[in-house]
Design a protein around this ligand. Sequence first.
Ligand code: IPE
Ligand code: IPE
Ligand code: MG
Length: 235
Amino acid sequence: MDRPSKLPQHVTLIMDGNGRWAKQRGKERIFGHYEGVSSVRAVMEASVEWGIKYVSFYAFSEENWNRPDSEVSGLMDLMGKAMSHELPTFKKYNVRFLVLGNRERLSSGLKAEIEKVESQTKDNTGLTMILFLSYSGKWDIFQAAKKMAQHLIENPDCTLDMDDFDEYLVTRGIPDPDLLIRTSGEQRISNYLLWQTAYTEYVFTDVLWPDFRRNQFLEALEEFASRDRRFGKVK
Ligand code: IPE
Ligand code: IPE
Ligand code: MG
C-alpha cells in the first residue's frame, strides 16, 4: 500500500548530496541544488497527502556560509525563487510555511521574500513546513540561553523548569522531531537540531538528495514504523 503504516508527527530531513549528484553528471554543484528542489516538493506533497503535521528541512547551516561565495549566492538566490514559486502551492494545499534560523545574516531581499510567504500562509491549518536556513543547533541553544538570562535579570524571582527552555529556542511551539532522515550516506548531525533531537529516531540512506523522492520517503517512514520507541521506560 502506498501509504505509511505509522506516521511521525514531525519528520525532519537533512538534505545532503546535491554536490555529489551534480558531479556524477559532470555538472556544477548548483545544478544539484536546483534538482533538489524537486525532492523538497515531492516530500511536501507526500506529507500533505498522508496527513503529516510537521515536515522540516535543513536547507543551509551556519557552517555553509564558509562555502565559496558563488555557491552561497547561488543557493540564496535559489531559496528566494523557490519559496515565491511555491506560494500558490502552499495556498492550495493549506500549508503554513516558516523559515527558522539566524535571519540577521540573510540579505534584505531574501528576508522580505520570506516575510511575504510566511505572512500569506500563517493562517493555514494543514501541514507546517519549515526551512532551517542559516541555522545551527549550537547557535539556537546559545541565543536561547542569552534570552533566558535576560529574562532572569529582569525577573529575578521567577522560577523556571527545564521545559521553559523550549520557549526560547527558535522552534518554540513546534513539537520535537520524531524522525530525522539524512541522505547521501553521511551519518552525523552536522550541528543541526541538537536540543530538539534528544529522543528522535534516525534513518540514514545512501540515496543522494536529488534522488530522494516519494518512494524513498515512504521507505524511511516504514523504517520508522518498525522502530520500538521506549523513551527509557520498560515495555
Ligand atoms: C546539501 O548538499 C545542500 C547543502 C548543504 C546546502 P551538499 O551541497 O552538501 O552536497 P554534497 O554533500 O557536497 O554532495
Ligand atoms: C549539512 O550538510 C547541512 C545541510 C544539509 C544544510 P553539509 O554537507 O553542510 O554537512 P557536512 O559538511 O557534510 O557535515
Ligand atoms: Mg554535503
